[in-house]
Design a binder for this molecule. Structure first.
Ligand code: ZN
Length: 202
């Protein structure tokens, strides 16, 4: 399986990091070894001093496909979950400055935290709200109605370059409010108010 991520997909988040709003999806990947599931804790990596959370809705790919046409895109994902795209922001800034790829800042072990999945049919995919709490206080609130590139467009775009395979995951971007975590912090993620994710930083 592969983990595909979309960057800067909410205008308010692009702005908070002084990035331009993209005209095409910004795509990067994390390796399968980045996956952290079952609400296991994340051990703060020693190579960073500025580890950030990014709460995102995650699509689980349910069938194989290439060059998916927009009208069929919805058939490729039937389950969604909540994820955290952990980012070593200091390393990422260094990579960006040099124009280097940012895998070491985004694809390190356990940087892709993913909840259990729920059927998409339980939601109205054009307006799904999600929230991240840090130590009991809401730090990120998002809604898929604010996506720059919606789920169907992401499927179409990504499948132009990469064959989608059953079990692949797509992180769909984070809203404003990203920020640092410290050892001892407790993150909780919610989809439409329902708790999906629990992650302690150790
Ligand atoms: Zn992200």
């Amino acid at each position: 399986m592969k983990i595909i991520c979309i960057g800067r997909n909410y205008a308010d988040h692009a702005k908070e990091l002084n990035n331009p709003v993209p005209s095409k999806p910004l795509v990067f990947m994390k390796p399968p070894s980045a996956l952290l599931v079952n609400n296991k804790p994340l051990y703060y990596p020693e190579f960073t001093n500025n580890l950030h959370y990014e709460a995102e809705i995650v699509l689980k790919i349910g069938r194989n496909g290439r060059h998916v046409q927009p009208e069929f895109a919805h058939k490729y994902y039937e389950q969604i979950g909540l994820g955290i795209d952990f980012t070593a922001r200091d390393i990422q800034s260094q990579c960006k400055e040099k124009g280097h790829p940012w895998e070491i800042a985004k694809g390190f072990d356990h940087s892709a935290v993913v909840s259990a999945f729920s059927p998409l049919s339980d939601f109205d995919s054009s307006a799904i709200s999600f929230e991240l709490k840090k130590n009991g206080t809401a730090v990120q609130n998002g809604n898929t109605k604010d996506l720059i590139f919606n789920f169907d467009y992401i499927i179409q775009y990504v499948s132009t370059y990469f064959k989608l395979q059953m079990g692949d995951l797509i992180f769909t971007g984070t809203p404003a409010g990203v920020g640092p975590v410290q050892i001892g912090d407790h993150l909780e993620g919610f989809l439409e108010g329902k708790k999906m994710l629990d992650c302690k930083i150790k």
